[in-house]
Design a protein around this ligand. Structure first.
Ligand code: ADP
Ligand code: ASP
Ligand code: MG
Length: 401
């Protein structure tokens, strides 16, 4: 069982989480629990750090942020014990969560679950601080924002759990973010692949790596509400098609920047050079569009996240001569809106339908990218909410379930 930040935001909610855990224990199950930091703790800690050092070392930030989850773990263990069921809390490293040596966005490499398993075998509930681990040099690492989901799935796999339930502040996975679109409908089921696309394309309800792990180990994963009773959404390999849905969800992401590099003459450099220098500086490039036409200036455009913008422009400027381009332009204030559904594989015309709907709403499209089960468009941010609403309606997602 994993409890997210809102679900442990205060004493009352910690008590409620403890009760839900004890209900499970009373059905005869052994229960391991993973927790997030209380409420907005992680944001508050980051703000505190920024006041003291605007560009603090990532190592120190990890030391700081890891404390948030530890507070919840110990308090929740106390709450469970207070209700008469033995419970013991663990930091990520005490729970054997080993990661690669990267601060602020480490991947879990393996989990030595002995202490957790011993605790469960002794009849106690193990409560583990999420979002954190330890590297080979005994340095504390964190897993990236939202990473407690990944801790939960990794622990579930390591202890050979029968399932992993993610308790959160919504009733499950919806056709789009229910906090933005009122008509969003809860899905009863969704496949690992669709969920992974949605999460990667901006649906913050699950950390993408959690879904990846769950899929690789076929761990049944469920997103369910902590504040009310509800069955939530099952995420698994094969699902039944609800109402023959071709599109299952709409995801969106703000703060996208498009950079366009223009050449005077047909390339003297090559695409590989541009993307190599960007990759060397850890700039994540998303959509790439190249145009080479007779009689026109060759150009290449690509999209990145706003947070990488300054770094990207800097890298391009520093390597201008070597890359051999004439000018680099950029456009900020963009958003990416995507439709996802495994039914697209066998249904041509989904992209056309999407473009039609956006054109009818006079929403300009700046870039497009597709895969077997998604179509993404980059549009001006000011149209983002409208685009999500239009697509949600066009693909009749309000009627699911
Ligand atoms: P937690 O603190 O429990 O990890 P998060 O804030 O990380 O919770 O994730 C839950 C939030 O994800 C919801 O409050 C909701 O606004 C957002 N969200 C975005 N897309 C979706 C979606 N498709 N379905 C459900 N929730 C979504
Ligand atoms: N507390 C961390 C965050 O806010 C991790 C998590 O909640 O999953 O990102
Ligand atoms: Mg989360």
């Amino acid at each position: 069982m994993k409890f997210g930040g809102t679900s442990v935001a205060n004493e009352e909610r910690i008590e409620r989480a403890a009760s839900l855990i004890i209900d499970e224990v009373n059905t005869g199950k052994q229960v391991a629990v993973v927790v997030s930091a209380m409420g907005k703790t992680t944001d508050k800690l980051l703000a505190l750090a920024a006041d003291i050092h605007p560009d603090a070392e990532k190592r120190e930030l990890d030391m700081l942020l890891a404390t948030g989850e530890q507070v919840t773990a110990s308090l929740l263990a106390m709450a469970i014990s207070a209700k008469g069921i033995p419970s013991k809390s663990f930091t990520g490293w005490q729970a054997g969560i080993r990661t690669e040596s990267i601060h602020s966005n480490a991947r879990i490499e393996d989990v030595d679950s002995k202490r957790v398993v011993d605790t469960l075998e002794s009849g106690a509930v193990a409560v583990i601080a999420g979002f954190q681990g330890i590297d080979h040099d005994a340095e504390v690492t964190t897993l990236g924002r939202g990473g407690s989901d990944t801790s939960a799935v990794a622990v579930a796999i390591a202890i050979n759990a029968s399932a992993c339930d993610i308790y959160t502040d919504v009733e499950g996975v919806f056709t789009t973010d229910p906090r933005m679109i009122e008509e969003a409908a809860k899905l009863n089921e969704i496949s690992y692949d669709e969920m992974l696309e949605l999460a990667n394309l901006g649906a913050g309800v699950l950390h993408p790596r959690a879904i990846e792990f769950a899929k690789n180990h076929q761990m049944p994963l469920r997103v369910r509400p902590a504040h009310i009773n509800g069955e939530g959404t099952m995420i698994k390999e094969e699902i039944e098609m609800e109402n023959n849905l071709i599109v299952r969800g709409v995801a969106f992401e703000e703060d996208i920047v498009r950079i366009t590099i223009m050449y005077d003459t047909p390339y003297n450099g090559s695409l590989a050079n541009i993307f190599t220098v960007l990759a060397e500086q850890q700039v994540n490039v998303d959509i790439i569009v190249q145009t080479i036409m007779d009689g026109e200036q060759p150009s290449v455009s690509f999209s990145i996240k706003n947070e990488d913008f300054a770094k990207a422009m800097n890298v391009l400027e520093m390597n201008k001569e070597e890359l051999g381009y004439k000018r680099a332009d950029f456009e900020v204030g963009l958003a990416k809106v995507s439709i996802v559904g495994s039914g697209m594989v066998s249904n041509p015309g989904v992209a056309a339908h999407m473009f039609d709907a956006l054109r009818d709403a006079s929403i300009p499209i700046k870039m497009v990218s597709t895969s077997e089960i998604k179509v993404s468009v980059v549009i001006p941010s000011m149209y983002m909410k409208e685009a999500v609403a239009v697509l949600h309606k066009t693909f009749e997602l309000g009627h699911v379930g």
